[in-house]
Design a binder for this molecule. Structure first.
Ligand SMILES: CC(C)(COP(=O)(O)OP(=O)(O)OC[C@H]1O[C@@H](n2cnc3c(N)ncnc32)[C@H](O)[C@@H]1OP(=O)(O)O)[C@@H](O)C(=O)NCCC(=O)NCCS
Length: 207
């Protein structure tokens, strides 16, 4: 008796066996290995406020930082030599710089807890699924709120605000507030005078 043929499925679009196994020069793998040892041994376990120590470690791996760039110890940096952070900029706990390509952050910016900046992708229109490393640029005076995702190739222009958990795959115009997935402009960022009497504490109960 003839065995019925099973319908053949189309071949997968992508042939992962054709993806470059080592897309970087050898020096990058050595640098990554050394940075991994320093990161897990000295950066990750540094005292919470040892910002100068962490700056020194990152600078040993060619990160461009100012004397006032502050990174918390649980910040992840993939390629320190592709990181640039300006004056008075703070990078909060658990921020993930997946900087396969360069990431730069201007001055007086704040990147809040758990934000992910992903400067890497694949060209899914080619069967070999090659790696792409488009840069991410964050301007000055920017606030990226908690757990936002900033995609490859995105520029967040000066003074913009990115809301919590936003997914940003397109450039953010200057001085705008964006939020949501996909991130959309929700308002213009309007500024008021600082009166100096804002304590940062919750308001007193009225009763
Ligand atoms: C982005 C943010 C700063 C805007 O605050 P705001 O100026 O008070 O904004 P509003 O409450 O007036 O919201 C404006 C609109 O955007 C929407 N929106 C605001 N934040 C949003 C967010 N994170 N995701 C989706 N939509 C959001 C609001 O629902 C509102 O929509 P509507 O006009 O349809 O009603 C704030 O919402 C936010 O995300 N804060 C982050 C807090 C944080 O990360 N804290 C940790 C670090 S301290």
């Amino acid at each position: 008796m003839e065995v019925p043929k099973t319908p053949s499925s189309p071949p997968p679009f992508q042939q992962v066996g054709r993806t470059a196994k080592r897309p970087y020069p050898l020096s990058v793998y050595i640098g990554r290995f050394l940075w991994g040892a320093v990161y897990w041994g000295l950066f990750r376990w540094s005292p919470p406020r040892a910002f100068g120590w962490r700056r020194m470690l990152l600078r040993c791996f060619k990160a461009k930082l100012t004397r006032t760039s502050a990174l918390y110890r649980s910040v992840k940096v993939y390629h320190p030599w592709l990181l640039e952070i300006g004056e008075q900029t703070t990078v909060a706990k658990d921020v993930d710089f997946y900087n396969l390509g360069p990431i730069s952050v201007g001055s007086h910016s704040v990147i809040s807890q758990g934000a992910v900046l992903c400067a890497g992708t694949h060209d899914y229109t080619l069967p070999s699924l090659p790696l792409r490393r488009p840069p991410i640029r964050i301007g000055s005076g920017v606030w990226i709120a908690r757990e936002a995702f900033i995609g490859p190739g995105v520029t967040v222009h000066d003074n913009a605000v990115v809301g919590a958990r936003a997914v940003v795959m397109q450039d953010v115009p200057a001085a705008m507030v964006v939020a949501g997935n996909p991130a959309r402009v929700v308002k213009k960022r309007l500024m008021r005078e600082d009166t100096g009497d804002d304590t940062g504490q919750p308001p007193e109960r009225a009763d």
